[in-house]
Ligand binder design. Structure first.
Ligand SMILES: [Zn+2]
Ligand SMILES: [Zn+2]
Length: 624
């Protein structure tokens, strides 16, 4: 038997990889990678890999006596994988490659290889722990359905607050479905921790530290500082850390330094270890119980698929002189006129101008065109063409209708639907429905609907809690885009408030600088830099702070409408000042109106950066 098998360099794209060849004694099969590297191995060692198709010997086979198995993986990954069966190579260095390697081992059910690779990951701490790389790797683990890695990474991610603000530029790493699942997992862990740790505090904890004497005990007879530390983990899981326990102990020992009846400072390391082990098993248990939240289910649900065609009455319009049948995905036929369809849709005009294939179906002599839309949607569309109008019963359906018009180039029909929404004949999104409406409009490329829904979301908090299950409708780029839009609106409002904090003429606030105010350490500076009365600057700064702190947890739409009320309250507290009273009497109302107008303008002038901008980060998906 020949011992060398040439690999076909001509068909490889990368550098030649001389050590990539594997030629095992006793080999009776050749594995061929997608990029044409050959590996001679004994069949009995490689389990399910040989379930692949066997090429007949001699066909493009460098060693005619051995059968060839063509595999879809590339040479490098196969080489690594085989290295776990035939001890030759270390695992790859990049996390991406490690995840791919695991996925291939999992695909071919190579349990031993999986165990080895996972052992190696554990020894080398190969999984990232800082937020962005952990999220990127989590997305890969999810893609390849690698549950142990997904769980480990989800636990690392829980060390960071899971808020829209904190995820910010990382919101587009994964789809809304994945993000929602991760959030749900975190919520479940938090709930488990809260209840499990409460139980631990009241029962087990005492037993793990019997020999610790302290004057300040909780009701379950453990030192209060320790009780508070355990409780804090329930709220902030990343406090489950040896260092945090030591910090809590040191703080307590410092306070109690002069109290001889507190022995906490002289706690033995063995007691700490025992306590920690007991605590760790409770915390690990809380995480394990939450594991089922990570189902790693793929693909977001297509909302159109949820529409149940049997839930609405189909009063199909049925003209007697119809010339065409359009058939929905759920096999309902609609009789229409070719001329009517052709008039509203260049798509159908072109389609219907083609000669009809001889084998195409016909019903009652009418040709049938099968469409991928369901009967509810087609019913709405057809009813818009003829003078019987079926009103879609949700905004979501309006969006699907608009998207269908976009697809079939029914420009005038699309405009008339938009007009019906504007006139209130068709549903518009109400309240927090704006979030799912934005997500669907983004997914369908309906820019005007995205714009109006995005603005409407500013009335409501944008948090994972508020988004809830609706998060699953979002693509990552759309979620990140919405968060960016919100930040840009906030920045515009903050800049506007800044212009009112400016005291130099002709700034609108220059009228207020006559206030003698309280003697302040800055009064020497007043000649060069006149300052605003404190009641006014406090009012403006308070609103700026609100915008900065509550960008995602509050509403951005309230500032301009409540500023006048706040102004009046603030002024009342300072009404005894002659200077300010006189300005208020003469110009206060104009000043307030300008403040309101400028804020409204600042709020309204922020627009989504739509797809036509080449540098857009708002609406263009990264890889479209
Ligand atoms: Zn103590
Ligand atoms: Zn004053």
């Amino acid at each position: 038997m020949s011992t060398t098998v040439p690999h076909e360099l001509a068909s490889t794209t990368g550098e030649p990889l001389p050590n990539l060849l594997l030629d095992y004694p006793g080999a009776d099969i050749i594995l061929r990678s997608q990029d044409c590297y050959h590996f001679q191995v004994p069949k009995t060692f490689i389990g399910d890999l040989i379930q692949g198709t066997l090429d007949p010997p001699g066909n493009a086979n460098p060693e005619p006596s051995l059968p060839v198995v063509q595999l879809p993986e590339n040479g490098e990954i196969l080489h690594c994988l085989l290295g776990f069966i035939f001890p030759v190579t270390p695992i790859p260095s990049s996390t991406e490659e490690i995840m791919e390697l695991l996925s291939v081992a999992q695909k071919y059910q190579m349990e031993t290889a999986l165990t080895h690779i996972r052992g190696s990951i554990a020894r080398h701490n190969s999984l990232p722990t800082s937020l962005k790389p952990a999220l990127l790797t989590y997305a890969l683990a999810r893609k390849y359905r690698l549950l142990p890695e997904a769980l480990q990474l989800a636990r690392s991610i829980l060390k960071y607050p899971m808020t829209i603000e904190n995820f910010d530029d990382k919101l587009d790493i994964m789809s809304g479905t994945s993000l929602y699942e991760l959030w749900e997992y975190h919520e479940r862990v938090r709930l488990n921790l809260a209840s499990d740790l409460t139980e631990f505090r009241t029962s087990q904890a005492h037993g793990s530290i019997t020999n610790l004497r302290c004057t300040e005990l909780s009701s379950s007879r453990i030192p209060r500082w320790l009780d508070q530390y355990i409780e804090s983990i329930g709220k902030t899981p990343n406090l489950f850390d040896h260092a945090e326990l030591n910090v809590a102990l040191a703080r307590h020992a410092k306070v109690m330094a002069s109290r001889p009846d507190c022995q906490c400072a002289s706690i033995t390391s063995q007691t700490i270890r025992d306590f920690w082990d007991a605590l760790a098993s409770v915390v690990d248990g809380s995480f394990e119980k939450a594991a089922s939240a990570l189902s790693l289910v793929h693909e977001r649900e297509d909302p159109q698929a949820q529409i149940n065609p049997t839930t609405f009455p189909l009063d199909t319009f049925d003209p007697s002189d119809a010339s065409l049948i359009i058939r929905s995905s759920d096999l309902v036929d609609f009789r229409v006129h070719k001329s009517v369809l052709a008039l509203v849709s260049p798509f159908f005009r072109d389609l219907l101008s083609l000669p009809q294939p001889s084998d195409s179906e016909s019903v009652d002599g009418l040709p049938v065109v099968e469409l991928p839309e369901d009967s509810e949607l087609l019913n709405c569309m057809v009813s818009l063409l003829y003078p019987v109008c079926t009103v879609p019963n949700s905004y979501e359906k309006v969006l699907h209708l608009l998207a269908m018009c976009q697809k079939y180039e029914m420009v005038s029909l699309q405009s008339s639907i938009r007009a019906k929404v504007d006139r209130g004949e068709f549903r518009a999104p109400r309240g927090t429905e704006a979030f799912p409406a934005y997500a669907i409009a983004a997914g369908k490329g309906l820019i005007p609907e995205m714009e109006s829904a995005a603005r409407q979301t500013l009335d409501h908090p944008m948090t994972f809690e508020a988004l809830g299950k609706g998060l699953r409708l979002f693509e990552g780029w759309a979620l990140r885009g919405l968060a960016n839009f919100r930040k840009r609106c906030r920045d515009s409002l903050i800049a506007c408030l800044d212009s009112f904090l400016e005291t130099k003429p002709p700034g609108p606030s220059s009228i207020w600088t006559g206030c003698p105010g309280r003697p302040s350490m800055y009064s020497w500076d007043r000649q060069q830099n006149p300052i605003l009365p404190e009641w006014l600057s406090q009012l403006l700064l308070r609103n700026q702070n609100y915008l900065k702190l509550e960008t995602f947890t509050g509403s951005l739409n309230g500032v301009h409408s409540r500023i006048r009320g706040e102004y009046l309250v603030a002024f009342q507290s300072h009404a005894s000042c002659h200077s300010c009273s006189s300005v208020h009497m003469n110009k206060g109302s104009t000043f307030c109106a300008e403040l309101e107008n400028k804020l409204t303008q600042a709020y309204n002038e922020v627009r989504g950066e739509y797809g036509s901008h080449s540098d857009s980060t708002y609406l263009s998906p990264r890889n479209r």
